[in-house]
Design a protein around this ligand. Structure first.
Ligand SMILES: *Cc1c(COP(=O)(O)O)cnc(C)c1O
Length: 244
């Protein structure tokens, strides 16, 4: 077992413990490896014969690593801010786009998918921390945006995604995850067409256990597995922030 596989197995142990502590089935939570800036060779070394769930933030990085990663069995989720001019490429490589957060993007995705004659799995990203630096629809507008989203037959909405507040105060972070769970229940009640909510993608290296306690089905972990990144996260989250 190499270092990365070792890190993964200790994260998985912590995930199982968090699930068990909150009375949940450990099998109900998946680990997504957040691999932004991580070299393809390092990602393949994470592969221990079992299908990996990988998350990329930039379409260009996804495209660059994609061929190399075809040697391993992996499912790719797009978790970064998606610019409308990258829609065609992201649909080529991603199995699910977790970061859909505005109508202009839904329209572009729908146009492209209609052109290709198919549908795609997506999630709705909600900004539960209200931090300016983060993308996602505000919690107040989430229900309305979900209604709009349900009109696009090409978008199969599989879940909700959020980035929790960056804070050492666990209870404040927990409120973000609780809010996402609450929105999930409210949206489910509406019985919207094209909505089949089964995933709550929430929790990262520093807060995944709290997220699991609040119902996460996918936790997205990077640093705790691959080590520190050289770029600040703002490089991925603020860049070219466009109008929603
Ligand atoms: C980078 C990133 C993660 C993982 O963050 P870590 O703190 O490195 O675990 C999760 N989600 C998103 C959207 C990210 O950009």
């Amino acid at each position: 077992m190499n270092d990365i596989q070792h890190n993964i197995s200790s994260i998985k142990q912590r995930m199982e413990r968090a699930a068990a502590n909150s009375g949940r089935d450990p099998e109900s939570v998946r680990l997504l490896l957040a691999v932004k800036t991580v070299a393809a060779e390092k990602i393949t070394s994470a592969f221990a014969g079992k299908r990996l769930l990988l998350g990329e933030n930039k379409v260009q990085e996804l495209r660059q690593k994609y061929d190399y990663l075809s040697v391993i069995d992996a499912e790719f989720h797009f978790i970064g801010h998606l610019q409308t001019n990258k829609v065609k490429d992201v649909l080529k490589f991603a199995d699910c786009i977790q970061s859909v957060d505005r109508i202009s993007l839904m329209e572009k995705l729908d146009q492209r998918l209609q052109h290709e004659g198919r549908s795609a799995d997506v999630m709705l990203q909600v900004n539960t921390s209200y931090e300016e630096s983060k993308f996602g629809v505000s919690p107040e507008r989430a229900i309305q945006l979900a209604r709009e989203m349900s009109k696009y037959d090409t978008l199969r909405v599989k879940g909700l995604m959020t980035i929790g507040l960056f804070s050492a105060e666990t209870e404040k972070v927990r409120q973000c995850f609780r809010l996402l769970k609450k929105l999930e229940l409210q949206i489910k009640e509406l019985g919207l067409p094209n909505f089949d909510l089964r995933e709550l993608s929430m929790g990262m290296s520093h807060d995944f256990e709290t997220a699991i306690e609040e119902g996460a089905t996918i936790v997205r972990v990077g640093t705790a597995i691959f080590g520190d990144r050289i770029y600040p996260d703002s490089y991925y989250w603020n860049e070219n922030k466009d109008v929603k």
